[in-house]
Design a protein. Structure first.
Lengths: 333, 367
């Protein structure tokens, strides 16, 4: 503020410049502290609210919280275990689907497409990131899942030997896929949702590859693909990893889309096609919160704490990987 | 200064007019007993309640019309769930609670200290909704399903539509050779609780205790009534349960009551409630807490029904709060209130119970 009031003409008074300088420095420092305070406040809130559920005996808790101990005398810890598994399982497949496609789109935009198409495509990808997740959820539930159902049934029939696509007994005609609201459908929706962010970040990283590196590769007779492999990928590796982790972070915490298109269940099933076998932490909280009493809320917040810890770990891992490869990084340095 | 004075004069004039109007409507009310209440004219203030989300739609409709009739009143109903609603009421945070389930002994005890005097709190059934068993089978609008068959279907013991057990009760219906996909609520709900309570009591094939959470791993879950209905709409061969208000367009089951098959209907739901005894441990004659008789054989009764209660004190120390609660409850129980709920939420009118509730509330209103 002070800076704009200072005379714009020839000489700044030295004192005024110092004032502006220190004012800006302290504002920026306050902003940095602010985000740390928020983080600490969230962590404290989660811990204090989750405390009653974490310290209560499991029998006591199962007595009070309706969704504990219903199916097979599950404790809160066991339920969280299932949900952590479900969250990571579904997000990991979303990442597996999204990463190659996103990198492909990013490469096309940065190195293959004619300039005009590239900027248009980049704009469309950014637009995809702006679609609210509840819209993805609705679209997934009403359009994508019914459309996927024949493909899922085909996978189940023909690749039943493959562990990821294994169904239960399909002999009597009951399909494991059911109505198609299975982990694979959720993973595909999540993949579509995280593609824009991975694409946007990797595209920026690829565009930063020094032109000299690329030209040097081409001058040595490399084809375009070889140039990308030798110059672009090594340079952008840390950026690619960072982008993937950002995507994973979003997939882990995604609520509405999973809530709307997955038939939830609790198990350690390794099959992507088994209905009512998985659920994610965020979707489960959304599901149970409306009818939860105080003990139930506390138990749900314990789950939130687990999710908080997982995302924190993912982000720390990402930072560590990025910093380990800092020598390549121009974008994340 | 001048303007301020004038505004003040205007304001007092308005108040005077309103007061006069209020007086006159008060006299009118006392002339014709049986209209809403003679406290109508003086009602003002804020009334808050919290509880079952099953009542949410009905409460919204009630709030709109009640506030329209009494411009000085602000109503709040927070659909936090039955348990949360009872807790808030017992903590004194709200004046009444909405609940799909009855208070337990502990809650009765704390109600006795929460409420003024020693008479504690009572349940008044305010929202009755039959639960329909709905299915999506091409060309079949109705099936006869006995409680045992329904229990076996929802427990995954009967997996084909042309199972002999289903065919036995449905002579002449061309049942398809297709798999049954069971659809249930994935969130906790009063609908699930009443449905599983029915299966537990009326059938011998349901091995689980009743509760708001779906107890087994059979079939698929959808979030909320809409989630269930959408799933059944989208997939052939599905069967599920939902508030009867959402059953239009689906095939529905007639359930076996005694020796006859009964399709869901508002009258059948009300009959089932009327045929049920009051729960043991109820708080005196004013406490209309029903122990729903799922095995009733009363003619035309449809025992697969959800009853949601208003829980209120028998005595309020604050006269204004008492006036607000009693006139609101009387309004909800009135024919007008029940038809408002029926058109907004598809509930079944409580019928003759309304008069009984009005009688009970009048003793409270008198203080």
């Amino acid at each position: 503020m002070t800076a704009t009031e200072a005379p714009v003409s020839a000489e700044f008074a030295v004192g005024k410049r110092d004032l502006a300088n220190s004012a800006f420095a302290s504002t920026s420092r306050a902003a940095a502290v602010f985000i740390l305070v928020i983080l600490a406040a969230v962590a404290t809130f989660l811990l204090t609210e989750a405390w009653p559920a974490m310290t209560a005996s499991s029998a006591d808790l199962a007595d009070k919280v309706s969704w504990l101990g219903t199916a097979s005398n599950e404790t809160l810890l066991a339920v969280i275990g299932y949900l952590v598994y479900g969250t990571i399982f579904i997000s990991a497949f979303a990442l597996l689907i999204a990463t190659p496609i996103s990198i492909g789109i990013a490469l096309f935009i940065s190195h293959y497409a004619p300039r005009r198409i590239a900027s248009g495509l980049a704009y469309v990808v950014d637009l995809l990131a702006a679609i609210p997740s509840v819209v993805y959820g609705l679209w997934g539930a009403f359009v994508l899942v019914p459309a996927l159902l024949p493909a899922l049934q085909w996978l189940e029939r023909n690749f039943n030997w493959f562990p990821l696509f294994r169904g239960a007994e399909i002999s009597d005609g009951t399909t494991t896929v059911g109505t198609g609201r299975v982990a694979l459908s959720a993973s595909i929706i999540l993949a579509i949702m995280i593609m824009p962010i991975i694409t946007a970040v990797t595209r920026e990283v690829f565009l930063q590859t020094p032109l000299l590196h690329e030209e040097a590769a081409l001058a040595m007779g490399a084809t375009r693909w070889e140039m990308i492999r030798m110059a672009v990928f090594p340079y952008g590796r840390s950026g690619m990893i960072g982008a993937t982790m950002l995507g994973l972070g979003r997939a882990l915490g995604e609520t509405m889309a999973v809530y709307m298109i997955l038939s939830p269940g609790l198990s350690y099933s390794f099959s992507l096609l088994e209905k009512s076998a998985h659920n994610t932490i965020a979707a489960n909280i959304a599901l149970k919160f409306p009818e939860a009493d105080s003990e139930g809320v506390s138990a749900l917040i314990t789950m939130g704490l687990a999710l908080f810890a997982i995302t924190l770990l993912v982000n720390m891992l990402a930072r560590w990987i990025v910093s380990r490869r800092a020598e390549f990084s121009g974008a994340n340095g | 200064m001048k303007t301020a004075l004038r505004t003040g004069a205007l304001a007092s004039a308005t108040v005077l007019t309103l007061a006069l109007a209020a007086c006159s409507s008060g006299t009118e009310a006392s002339v014709s007993p049986g209209s809403t209440s003679d406290t109508v004219a003086t009602l003002s203030g804020e009334l808050s309640g919290a509880g079952a989300s099953s009542q949410e739609k009905a409460q919204e409709a009630w709030k709109a019309t009640f506030e329209g009739e009494h411009p000085g009143v602000t109503l709040n109903y927070d659909p936090v769930g039955s348990g949360g609603g009872r807790t808030q009421f017992l903590d004194g945070a709200t004046s009444f609670a909405g609940s799909d389930s009855l208070m337990n002994a502990d809650e009765y005890a704390s109600a006795a200290t929460r409420c003024d005097g020693t008479s504690g709190a009572i349940h008044l059934p305010m929202y009755i909704s039959p639960i329909a068993v709905i299915f999506n089978l091409e060309g079949i609008d109705s099936l006869n399903l006995s409680p045992d068959v329904i229990a076996q279907i929802f427990d995954g013991k009967i997996t084909r539509w042309n199972d002999a057990a289903i065919a036995a009760d449905n002579a002449g219906v061309d049942l398809p050779d297709a798999a049954i996909t069971v659809v249930h609520r994935s969130d906790e709900s009063g609908t699930t609780s009443n449905f599983t309570d029915y299966l537990e009591k009326a059938s011998s094939a349901w091995p689980y205790a009743h509760g708001g959470e779906w107890p087994n791993n059979v079939g698929e879950g959808g979030p909320g009534t809409s989630g269930v209905v959408d799933l059944i709409t989208g997939t052939a061969g599905t069967i599920g349960y939902a508030d009867a208000s959402r059953a239009a367009g689906f095939g529905t089951a007639s359930i076996k009551v005694g020796d006859s098959w009964v399709a869901f209907s508002p009258a059948g739901a009300a009959a089932a409630v009327a045929a049920s005894p009051l729960a043991e441990g109820a708080n005196g004659a004013n406490d209309l807490a029903y122990k729903l008789d799922r095995t009733t054989t009363a003619a035309g009764a449809y025992p697969l029904v959800l009853v949601s209660y208003i829980i209120m004190c028998q005595q309020y120390d604050d006269a204004n709060e008492r006036a607000l609660v009693t006139s609101y409850v009387e309004y909800m129980a009135s024919d007008e209130g029940q038809s408002v709920a029926a058109s907004a939420a598809g509930s079944s009118p409580i019928g003759a119970l309304g008069a009984e509730i009005t009688g009970i509330v009048e003793t409270i209103a008198a203080g």
